[in-house]
Design a binder for this molecule. Structure first.
Ligand code: PSU
Ligand code: MN
Length: 320
């Protein structure tokens, strides 16, 4: 059983027993999404942002055959400083391999949601969710451009299936800009996942404030988000709800800049034959180089912002 593999941090379990707010955080963005030392700074700042909002952080990872819910400082540092390639990326399809291995594995959105749901944590924060990659469906990707190969890659993140089957609020800054964002929204709609933008009608665009398309739904602020999340989870439909908070203005990439570098990085990835679980980390690194670090500043700012928002959301929900 999954529950036999769970190691829940005592502070996290005490908070859950007492009905206090807890926010789950993922760890792949630490090991695969950002360079050192920004990754450890973000991991610590995200936990601090959750606490400042009145909630308890629970970063999730796999170590020595155990699924850890709540990491201490040493564990976060171990993940952030591990030599490249030594930390596995654990998603739903790779969770068993990660648990069967001896070392560290970082959890993606899907594996983090599995752990959080098994623990009883209803709010989760990440940077940007994975989704339908450009070219996943073959031919020209819809509107967002790129992905011009004729054959479909079928590369669709397991994040989407997980949000479609787990009743939890997922706070992010939009689907990652490297994706076919319109197709990702369609997929979420089919799986019954409400997607709501906070404070603006447009869908947040991960590196940029806007993805350039309307969000399926929007709310004015935190209170509006808490109301909608409470109703959705209260209905017992069994699906998650995606709450999209735009990257803070000061660190956002201008929309046109983000679009250009993303398209160039995707072209280069296709030429280099990059695919599978390597694709997302490869693109994030390449975009960091192409923007001279500006994308890393946007990514770190949006992750910490999402964590703070999720903390406040969890606090509202726990107070009801
Ligand atoms: N958000 C970020 N950086 C990341 C991720 C999210 O700002 O690196 C990670 C998440 O763990 C997400 C994963 O689940 O990217 C998606 O990977 P894939 O496309 O291979 O499913
Ligand atoms: Mn994939």
């Amino acid at each position: 059983m999954l529950t036999d593999r769970l190691d829940i941090d005592p502070e996290v379990s005490a908070a859950l027993v007492e009905g206090r707010p807890v926010v789950a955080l993922e760890s792949t963005l630490i090991s695969h999404g950002l360079p050192y030392p920004q990754n450890i700074e973000v991991a610590n700042a995200s936990e601090a942002a959750v606490r400042a909002a009145g909630a308890v952080p629970a970063t999730v990872a796999v170590h020595a055959g155990r699924l850890l819910v709540g990491l201490d400082e040493a564990a976060l540092l171990a993940l952030a400083t591990a030599p490249a390639g030594s930390v596995r990326k654990a998603a739903r399809p790779s969770l068993a391999a990660a648990l069967a291995g001896r070392g560290w594995a970082a959890t993606t959105v899907s594996a983090t949601m599995i752990a959080a749901h098994a623990t009883g944590i209803p709010v989760f924060a990440t940077g940007g969710i994975g989704g339908v990659h450009r070219g996943a469906l073959g031919g020209q990707a819809s509107e967002a451009g790129g992905g011009s190969q004729a054959h479909p890659t079928f590369d669709i993140s397991s994040d989407l299936e997980e949000i479609g089957r787990t009743p939890m609020a997922v706070v992010c800054a939009g689907p990652k800009a490297i994706l076919d964002v319109p197709a990702t929204l369609e997929y979420l709609e089919t799986r019954g996942v409400p997607v709501v933008a906070v404070s603006q009608p447009e869908l947040p665009g991960f590196y940029a404030r806007s993805a350039g398309i309307a969000a399926p739904d929007s709310v004015a602020d935190l209170d509006g988000a808490a109301d909608l999340v409470a109703v959705h989870l209260g209905l017992g439909l069994g699906t998650g709800i995606l709450v999209c908070v735009p990257v803070p203005e000061a660190d956002a990439l201008p929309g046109a800049v983000a679009r250009d570098v993303v398209e160039r990085a995707i072209r280069e990835a296709t030429e280099a034959g990059i695919g599978g679980p390597e694709l997302t980390p490869w693109l994030l690194v390449r975009i960091a180089v192409l923007t001279d670090g500006a994308s890393v500043r946007a990514n770190t700012a949006l992750i910490v912002n999402d964590a703070g928002f999720a903390g406040a959301l969890a606090a509202r929900l726990a107070a009801r």
